[in-house]
Ligand binder design. Structure first.
Ligand code: IMP
Ligand code: MG
Length: 175
């Protein structure tokens, strides 16, 4: 398979530092009986690092995974599907959703509504990247690592047609 050139936008070192800051910010919220829910697949590396950052900051949540799909190639569709649901009971508990990118907002809004409808006390969201110009649904992240340029990014868990998730940094493909 051909190896395209990938330009780094956020290096592994940058991300590591930013996540430590974010974990402290989240710890200051004093969540009660917290369930952390990474939205798969794109957030798996971010979530793994953030959850270990939360441990360092003194937060010990339950962790469960929600697998959603809305993307086909490089275009988001408004149709969000549950591929795998959480099994945790969220009623009367605080929930922190973790996602890789907030773009149109369809994915995060869907996940927030789903968890809120199950009776969670607080539903907060943490995303690695936000593309501010692409929002279709009115939803904001409570915790954000970076406001990113309006380009298609890969790496650090994020893919283009199932490739590049393994990169330890966030970058863009140079054509
Ligand atoms: P939204 O539903 O449009 O907000 O899209 C959010 C989802 O689309 C994210 O969870 C990502 O998985 C995916 N996504 C959006 N932009 C990008 C990108 O630049 N690269 C890779 N995945 C993306
Ligand atoms: Mg995703």
């Amino acid at each position: 398979m051909d190896k395209p050139e990938i330009e780094t936008i956020y290096s592994a070192e940058d991300i590591k530092q930013r996540i430590a800051e974010l974990a402290v910010e989240i710890a200051q919220e004093k969540f009660e009986d917290l369930v952390v829910v990474p939205i798969l697949k794109g957030s798996f590396i971010f979530a793994a690092d953030l959850i270990r950052g939360l441990y360092e900051a003194g937060v010990s949540p339950e962790i469960d995974f929600l697998s959603l799909a809305s993307y086909r190639g490089t275009e988001s569709t408004g149709n969000v599907e549950i591929l795998r649901d959480i099994s945790a009971i969220v009623e009367n508990r605080d929930v922190l959703l973790i996602d890789d990118i907030l773009e149109s907002g369809h994915t995060l809004a869907f996940a927030k509504d789903l968890i809120a409808a199950r009776g969670a006390n607080r539903v907060c969201t943490c995303v690695l990247l936000e593309k501010p110009t692409r929002r279709v649904v009115d939803v904001e992240a409570d915790f954000l690592a970076y406001r990113c340029p309006d380009v298609f990014v890969v790496g650090y868990g994020m893919d283009l047609d199932h490739r590049f998730r393994e990169l330890p940094f966030v970058g863009r493909i140079v054509q």
